[in-house]
Design a protein. Structure first.
Length: 209
């Protein structure tokens, strides 16, 4: 699909299998999600702008590199928090904003309850993090909020995506590149991704155990 990058490295496939498994408990789920997030970050940042610098090894001077893109991570609460640790592990200078959205269980429409962003969104590459792209309502709404606050370069990063969500995000925000580790089959009547991994927030935070 246009604008969609599939992150299908063997290490990611192995980790996604653990995350899908209904017998994986919260503490393992969290740790594996964090590790997967670092692997995803590697792919999502493969085209970052860099500039040459000079570095002195113990023996001589040689060429080094610094990253010139400013990165802002914006997890969608709650489940997006599960991806932040793995991203900041490899992007230690990234700043982090937060957007609180939940899906109304009846209408499936996103409702926002918390917004807090670093300054200069317009100068940064903004990576919106959420493990699940289901109907696409939350992602579309998060991107709209970020654009209204000035963000211009936005990427959306999910672990698992449904075709319905990919289509909605692409239609509403065709400028936003999407990254996911799996394009799953479909949504069920309750808006859950099939085969999916269940309720990501509940699995990260143990709220259903
Ligand atoms: C989940 C998930 C996404 C959203 C995806 O959050 O983390 O934010 O659903 O669904 P959509 O594409 O249909 O909008 P949820 O509303 O369950 O909130 P939580 O993260 O607080 O558990
Ligand atoms: N949110 C989740 O956590 N899981 C789904 O399958 C869909 C939305």
């Amino acid at each position: 699909m246009k604008n969609l990058v599939l992150i299908d490295h063997p290490l990611v496939k192995r980790d996604l299998t653990i995350l899908r498994d209904k017998n994986t408990r919260s503490h393992t789920f969290r740790a594996v999600l964090r590790r997967t997030a670092s692997l995803m970050a590697y792919e999502v940042t493969s085209d970052l702008a860099i500039k040459k610098s000079v570095v002195r090894t113990p023996l001589e001077r040689t060429t080094g590199y610094t990253i010139t893109d400013q990165i802002i991570l914006v997890p969608i609460l709650r489940a997006g928090l599960g991806l932040v640790g793995g991203f900041v592990e490899v992007l230690p200078d990234a700043r982090v904003g937060h957007i609180g959205l939940y899906r109304d269980e009846v209408t499936l429409q996103p409702v926002d309850y918390y917004l807090k962003f670093p300054s200069k969104l317009n100068h940064a590459l903004v990576l919106v993090l959420d493990p699940m792209l289901a109907t696409g309502g939350s992602a579309t709404s998060a991107v709209s909020v970020l654009k209204s606050k000035g963000a211009r370069k936005i990427r959306f990063v999910s672990l698992v995506a449904a075709p319905e969500g990919v289509r909605l995000l692409l239609k509403t925000h065709p400028d936003v590149k999407m990254y996911t580790c799996s394009l799953d089959r479909e949504l069920n009547a309750k808006g859950y991704i099939l085969p999916g991994l269940g309720d990501a927030g509940d699995r990260i935070f143990g709220t259903a155990e």
